[in-house]
Design a protein around this ligand. Structure first.
Ligand code: NDP
Length: 617
């Protein structure tokens, strides 16, 4: 039941609110699920071209390194950094982009910034001595920080950039990995770490006629400043002043880009299928005095504090204090109030109810905020999200909603149906045709939860990683795979799977992997490999576990819940996280690493490389 005067506010926990959520989800469910999207290959391959760096021809590289790191985003960089700290400096980054940075190399769209507080998001702040300029840093500062890490640990020098790996094969006799690339390189490496990220493959909406658009178009992760003018540090996109620009998508990326397009485009048409939830950002500069007063080791404390609050734990203080931790604190407060006023015991049911009620309260606030900011009532109604906050990526922005008050900015809401068709001159949506000069696809990424690499990795006995993982990911800690010696995965899955702060997962993985490599080198091991039993035992604990990035089928569809389709057992394994939660996982990994036993791994010290001709003396 809505209050008569305000349809935004449904009573917390009410049947009317649940019914509205279900109805909004149901009208968005599609039979083609994730298959509705197109990969940018074939006629769409140009959507992956690098607009930021010119490809410079070079001779193929054929040499050997101690460690090859595939991917130079924060996964690869933290691994390179931790290796350097452990004294392993013969490290080669191999990266498709023209520089380090990963997500922050590619995502230079106007307004790009991080939704996670920089003090916990940006890795290695103490090691590099960097003070983030703001609570939430812009994309260009994050990119600059990636470059800073590379400089600090000397990771640029030996790197191969604008280079795509095409295959990785284990040479059993030599106990070396052989990495081939699209540049004709053949790099041999004793160890390989793969930090290819879950979201580096842009995807396009499979809208009929998409190939026929004759105007200018690009994906947000390949922003064409040559066409728009301006640049990633916020300069005006001065070529757009007389252009009709369309943008498809209203996810976290679009929310950040739209205020800039609204400011600079002649006319802006935002094609919306599902509105994002837009909470308060409240960005502010970092206080240099507060920063200077932090004790050594502060970043680890902040990371632990944020992870604890994010995952249902309790702490005395909230160091980060943002929208992510706000919901956790609300739940905690509700639980405490219930327990003290009614004498109810602390149970999972009580916490679940507190979570639901807090979420209802938060989403009512978010919907009310739309009414406060957006002056046109129809537009305001269409911008209200009707789902639980964590059904989709929560957004935090203080200019997005206001952009719709500009006379040049038009929300074209499709009531959950999406864009109908694209033709040579524009877009068909909600029954109308919108002629456009430029069309921006803010349609997201092909999310590969187990392993996003575009190449095949072939381990012992010619068995490929795809074969080994045909029924889902198998690993120890998410990092080690049986049959793939000297190979490490730097990721989230089958590990902490803490999605509110991706880099925390990566830094911990990098630290553990560097310790294993350093130990292998110290004891002269030619091979280090997880035993089949240890892998089996690690995977077995995910049976029936609900921890991880599995999504909720009650939610409106999106990549958070496999577009509303029940995940297969393999998808569940790919997406799962440590059953006792991220904080327990980080503690376990830390104890495992520092014990020096590396339980579950075997270190083979037998010489593998055929020795030279035997001495007859
Ligand atoms: P998303 O996948 O989140 O969004 C894609 C958008 O395209 C959705 O709004 C989707 O609508 C829309 N869409 C797809 N098909 C159609 C169609 N046929 N018609 C109309 N609309 C359509 O991608 P993003 O790039 O926005 O975000 C990806 C992820 O990147 C985020 O979730 C986040 O994890 C990360 N990110 C992180 C940031 C940070 O601060 N660290 C900043 C920005 C992004 P629908 O919702 O209906 O499916």
């Amino acid at each position: 039941m809505s209050t008569a005067s305000n349809p935004t506010i449904e009573p917390i926990g009410s049947d009317a609110l649940r019914a509205r959520y279900r109805a909004e989800r149901d009208k968005r469910l599609r039979t083609d699920g994730s298959n509705q999207y197109l990969e940018p290959t074939g006629p769409f391959a140009h959507f992956r071209d690098d607009p930021y760096s010119e490809r410079v021809e070079r001779d193929p590289v054929t040499d050997e390194v101690t460690v090859a790191v595939i991917g130079a985003g924060f996964a690869g960089l933290t691994t390179g950094a931790r290796l350097a700290e452990a004294g392993v400096t013969d490290v080669r980054l191999i990266e498709g982009g023209g520089d380090v940075g990963g997500a922050w190399y590619w995502n230079r769209y106007p307004g790009a910034m991080c939704d996670t507080a920089s003090m916990v998001y940006l890795p290695l702040l103490e090691e590099t001595g960097h003070m983030p300029s703001q609570k939430y840093t812009m994309g260009h500062e994050n990119f600059a920080h990636a470059q800073r890490i590379a400089r600090h640990f000397n990771l640029h020098e030996n790197g191969l950039f604008s280079t795509e790996v095409t295959s990785i094969d284990w040479d059993e006799d030599a106990a070396r990995w052989v990495i081939r690339t699209d540049r004709g390189d053949e790099v041999r490496a004793q160890f390989v770490a793969m930090g290819t990220g879950p979201m580096h493959r842009p995807k396009l909406p499979g809208i009929p006629g998409i190939e026929s658009f004759a105007g200018h178009c690009f994906h947000t992760s390949r922003w064409d400043y040559g066409y728009t003018g301006g640049g990633p540090t916020g300069e005006a996109m001065d070529h757009l002043f007389d252009k009709r620009v369309g943008i498809i998508g209203t996810g976290a990326t679009a929310v950040q880009a739209i205020p800039h397009l609204a400011r600079d485009a002649g006319e802006l048409f935002v094609f919306q299928r599902t509105p994002s939830s837009i909470d308060i950002r409240n960005n502010r500069p970092t206080d240099p005095d507060e920063f200077a007063a932090l004790e050594p080791g502060w970043q680890r404390c902040w990371l632990e504090n944020f992870a604890t609050l994010q995952t249902g734990g309790f702490t005395d203080e909230d160091l980060v204090m943002d929208g992510w931790t706000d919901i956790a604190k609300r739940i905690r407060d509700r639980v405490i109030v219930e327990m003290t006023t009614t004498g109810e015991a602390f149970t999972p049911e009580l916490v679940a109810r507190a979570y639901e009620d807090s979420d209802d309260e938060k989403m009512n606030e978010i919907r009310a905020r739309v009414d406060e900011i957006v002056t046109d009532e129809t537009t305001a109604e269409a911008l209200k999200p009707w789902y639980r906050q964590l059904c989709k990526r929560p957004c935090f922005h203080d200019e997005y909603l206001d952009a719709y008050n500009r006379p040049n900015t038009h929300l074209i809401d499709t009531d959950g149906k999406g864009v109908e068709a694209i033709d040579a001159t524009g877009v068909w949506a909600a029954g109308n045709h919108y002629p456009l000069d430029c069309l921006v696809f803010a349609s997201g990424f092909d999310v590969h939860l187990a392993h996003s690499a575009t190449y095949e990795t072939t381990g012992r006995g010619g068995r490929t990683l795809s074969e080994h993982w045909a029924d889902g990911m198998r690993s120890l800690h998410g990092n080690h795979v049986a049959g793939f010696p000297n190979l490490f995965i730097v990721g989230l899955n089958q590990g902490a799977n803490l999605i509110s702060n991706v880099t925390h997962n990566l830094t911990e993985a990098a630290t553990a992997i560097a310790a294993v490599v350093a130990h292998a080198l110290a004891v002269g091991a030619t091979e280090v490999e997880v035993t089949a039993e240890a892998e089996e035992a690690w995977v077995a604990q995910f049976e029936g576990s609900t921890r991880g990035f599995l999504g909720n089928l009650d939610c409106t569809p999106g990549y958070y819940n496999n577009e509303g389709a029940d995940p297969t057992p393999a998808q569940r394994l790919n997406a799962c996280g440590y059953p006792d939660g991220p904080v327990a996982y980080f503690q376990l990994l830390d104890a495992w690493r520092t014990s020096g036993d590396f339980d579950g791994l075997t270190f083979n010290v037998q010489p593998k490389v055929a020795p030279g001709p035997k001495s007859t003396g």
